[in-house]
Design a protein around this ligand. Structure first.
Ligand code: PXG
Length: 284
């Protein structure tokens, strides 16, 4: 496996960054996680746009144009001859000194890693998963806008630890008002009386690319959908619930905080959307 760093390719073991990189010292940087299906990079343009928007929001200049970045990602996939996998695209503030000042970092670093994807076991899709709500809140907009996919994932990691301690794979993160934002690495949806709901980005949801794809597919299937505020009450009393993300795709949730969702089995609409999502991928 060859890792791209700032114009050069390195073997996995030799792929290193400086200890003075502000991505390491301060989590100063942005990233994307992207899937490769059947030799094609899924929604690459959308991921690149989100990366550049995250970078713009933190005043990080990416030292290549968007079209160049897109071509570079494609090249790394080709060099690695990857048919199905996962891309981690990272842009750090680059090498500086030990102070916070980003002006001390002359050039951002671009890292592109292609890896095998860690798939969830198929039985999770058939049976659904149980999740909890975490005590770790999603960052407020006046702290760091949660739409920025930054290298600062510590509060998501705290929530993930809480999930693992409870024997779950994912945790719901609430915003500081107590409304549902999303999960640690996935967006969340509920179905109630045939309608699909998901929190808005202003409630702390990442503008997820899988989320957007599922909303589009729902429209095509004539399933009414709406982004709006949701509380834990709405989750507990939903007919169906599922998560979306580049890793999870569409993952049914069958219990939240010990409350059974619907009849405790993946729902009909969830299943239709998962099927539609997989067909969409297969169609290239
Ligand atoms: N919310 C958060 C906080 C995320 O990090 C999503 C939602 C889903 O967005 P997409 O665009 O993927 O539909 C993400 C993305 C991991 C991992 O290792 C997770 C993500 C990205 C990269 C790695 O679990 N989730």
């Amino acid at each position: 496996m060859k890792v791209y760093i700032d114009g050069n390719y390195y073997d996995k073991e030799q792929a290193c960054v400086s200890v003075f990189d502000h991505g390491l010292l301060y989590g100063d940087g942005v990233f994307e996680g992207i899937r490769i299906y059947n030799g094609t990079v899924f929604k690459l343009r959308e991921h690149i746009v989100r990366l550049y928007q995250s970078a713009k929001a933190i005043l990080l200049h990416i030292p290549m144009a968007m079209a160049e970045m897109q071509a570079q990602v494609e090249e790394v996939v080709k060099v690695n001859n990857t048919h199905d996998g996962y891309i981690r695209l990272v842009v750090t503030r680059g090498r500086g000194d030990l102070g916070l000042d980003p002006a001390k970092c002359p050039k951002a670093s671009v890292i592109i890693i292609v890896a095998d994807v860690e798939l969830y076991p198929p039985e999770y899709y058939a049976k659904g998963i149980e999740i909890i709500t975490s005590s770790s809140r999603r960052l407020p907009v006046d702290g760091l806008d949660p739409r920025i996919k930054s290298l600062n994932y510590l509060n998501n990691i705290m929530a993930k630890l809480e999930a693992k301690q409870a024997g779950c794979l994912e945790a719901v993160m609430l915003n500081k008002e107590g409304y549902v934002a999303e999960c640690t690495g996935d967006n969340i949806f509920v179905v109630k009386e045939g309608r699909l709901y998901t929190p808005t980005v202003y409630q702390g949801a990442l503008d997820g690319i899988t989320r957007a794809t599922v909303l589009e597919l729902a429209q095509k299937l004539n399933i009414p959908c709406e982004a709006r505020a949701l509380s834990c009450y709405d989750l507990y009393n939903a007919d169906e619930c599922f998560l979306t993300g580049s890793g999870a795709e569409v993952m049914p949730v069958t219990a939240i905080d010990g409350r059974r969702i619907g009849d405790g089995k993946p729902g009909v609409i969830t299943h239709r959307l998962l099927k539609a999502f997989r067909e969409f991928i297969a169609a290239g």
